[in-house]
Design a binder for this molecule. Structure first.
Ligand SMILES: [Zn+2]
Length: 316
């Protein structure tokens, strides 16, 4: 049987066919997200699903379910997206919109970061664990919780928002309007901002040299690489970043003491310069003085597709 996963983003939509037996991706495709109303979006998704089925020589009868991963707050029971600002979706009946094209096939919807955690459980780094937390770090912080071997979808089926846990009460204002969220301190955006400050302040640093004094050339990787090359100011930035992230993970540990924590997003490729001090600081700060299992996420760019394709595990 085939499970279809659709990862809907603000610029592109990724669609994949996943084999149920081993969770492997059979084929995948990408279409642009057009801001012309959700009806047009779902018409194009349906066309892409049909195209991929044809390409993989599979018939629609072999499709067991379709899962939609959406960056926003979802009412999974009602099959509606409550808010997805990047998509311009507000109270959109996404399950009904998809079923219009595939009336016989069950359709599920979930938050994209929550779904990515489910993907890691089904065929990634969480396999075999019952309690796990994924933090996806990019321009924002997303995340998902696996509890008792299932994706935890929140008490009201609206998903969880790990990026909006409070890290520093009264701190920097977050995109959600609140002050001091995890998302304001533990993102690639934060790293870039700190790197740009070095340029503005005219500091002597590899970050400034490698960006040729141009703030637009600073990205997260540039700051991490400069720290790896022992640039003192970049190392200071990394240290503060790890300090912030370890504080967020410490709160998660106090709440649910997970067996494993995975870090996803571009920063997860940073390797030992991130993970070693992170494990040390988390142990130092956590209530339970144990070696926490903190690892890079496994599924990378396909996490959304694979997670969406596995949403049927969680049901409605
Ligand atoms: Zn927030």
């Amino acid at each position: 049987m085939i499970r279809v996963g659709v990862d809907i983003g603000g610029t592109k939509i990724k669609v994949g066919l996943v084999k149920e037996e081993d969770g492997a991706l059979l084929t995948k495709g990408k279409i642009p997200f057009v801001h012309e109303g959700y009806e047009v979006v779902f018409q194009q998704i349906a066309a892409e699903i049909n195209r991929l089925l044809e390409e993989a020589h599979q018939s629609i009868e072999q499709v067991g379910s379709i899962g939609l991963a959406v960056p926003g707050s979802i009412d999974t029971r009602q099959g509606r997206v409550l808010h997805a600002h990047n998509l311009g979706f507000h109270d959109v009946p996404v399950v009904a919109a998809m079923k219009q094209y595939f009336p016989e096939i069950p359709v599920y919807v979930g938050n994209d970061a929550n779904a990515a955690a489910l993907g890691e459980l089904c065929c990634g780094v969480f396999q075999g664990y019952r309690t796990a937390v994924l933090l996806t770090i990019g321009t924002g912080v997303g995340g998902g919780i696996i509890c008792e071997g299932k994706m935890f979808n929140g008490g009201r089926d609206h998903g969880v928002e790990l990026g909006h846990m409070m890290l520093k009460y009264g701190g920097i204002q977050c995109s959600c309007g609140n002050y001091g969220c995890v998302e304001s301190y533990c993102t690639a955006t934060w790293l870039i901002e700190e790197g740009r400050k070095l340029i503005k302040e005219g500091k002597d640093s590899l970050v400034v040299k490698r960006a040729e004094g141009n703030p637009d050339k600073v990205d997260g990787k540039l700051v991490v690489d400069a720290a790896r090359d022992k640039d003192p100011l970049a190392m200071e930035i990394m240290e503060t970043f790890v300090d912030n992230l370890s504080a967020a993970i410490t709160s998660i540990n106090a709440l649910m003491d997970p067996e494993i924590i995975a870090i996803g997003g571009g920063i997860s490729g940073a390797g030992d310069i991130l993970f070693q001090p992170l494990r040390e600081k988390v142990k130092e700060k956590s209530f339970f003085k144990v070696e926490y299992n903190i690892v890079p996420a496994h599924l990378g760019n396909d996490a959304g597709i694979i997670g969406a394709a596995n949403l049927y595990h969680n049901g409605v």
